[in-house]
Design a binder for this molecule. Sequence first.
Ligand SMILES: Cc1cc2nc3c(=O)[nH]c(=O)nc-3n(C[C@H](O)[C@H](O)[C@H](O)COP(=O)(O)OP(=O)(O)OC[C@H]3O[C@@H](n4cnc5c(N)ncnc54)[C@H](O)[C@@H]3O)c2cc1C
Length: 232
Amino acid sequence: MGVQLANGQTYYAKRIVSNATRWDTFENLLPAEQMPAREKKWQKRYQKSPSFLSLHLGVRSEVLSPKTECHHILLEDWAKMEEPYGTIFVSIPTWLDPSLAPEGHHIVHAFTPSWMEDWQNLSPTAYEQQKEAKASEIIRRLEKIFPGLEAGLDYQEIGTPRTHRRFLGRKDGTYGPIPQRKLLGLLGMPFNRTAISGLYCVGDSTFPGQGLNAVAFSGFACSHRIAVDLGL
Ligand SMILES: Cc1cc2nc3c(=O)[nH]c(=O)nc-3n(C[C@H](O)[C@H](O)[C@H](O)COP(=O)(O)OP(=O)(O)OC[C@H]3O[C@@H](n4cnc5c(N)ncnc54)[C@H](O)[C@@H]3O)c2cc1C
């Protein structure tokens, strides 16, 4: 029936939509002990996917061959494809829009799956050291596709699962929900209505799942659902 903001202000509405994940909605925004059975079932079927370790690098242009591409995936060992740090994804946005970086430089965004557990219970010094160590390891691996990367580094920002949790507001920094076991396609994801009358969910823990196109679709579908439910 309503939403109370952190400053205590309360808004009432005929319909409430939560864009927070289902974990946030049913464990934090609503009392966890009142979680509807349908949500408990969902939590048994889906788990949080890992987060990422992200490097945003500023590199001198000569590091990149004129024949390079905007996107790369580096996987040295197929057996490690799904392991933390196994696969490295790379995007070079300045390859398409050079105005994003100072002249003579490119931005290389490299990210790889990483779990929150690896980054918890560390002192500030140990956390910084681990960030530096993991970043150096990734840069060393990337040398295979970008020889001279380390020598050409001009700037470096390292983001961990804790960064994702803090700045994206994501529980455990997760990328989103993934099935606990093989499910029959995307249809296992819940639609916008919830077991609580008048409460709807949108975003990446509703059908069709993660990704910008998918969450935009879920917002569109939710507005349509509400319009129909209101008899509009
Ligand atoms: C590194 C990375 C790369 C990605 N690359 C791509 C890509 O190339 N293409 C693509 O399509 N997708 C990509 N994605 C996925 C895409 O970004 C997400 O699927 C999408 O942004 C999820 O949108 P959402 O609105 O469901 O959730 P979010 O964007 O997470 O929005 C939920 C919001 O709810 C807020 N919230 C949580 N709890 C509360 C509370 N109690 N009160 C108030 N607010 C709260 C959070 O702070 C957050 O802002 C990427 C994601 C990551 C992390």
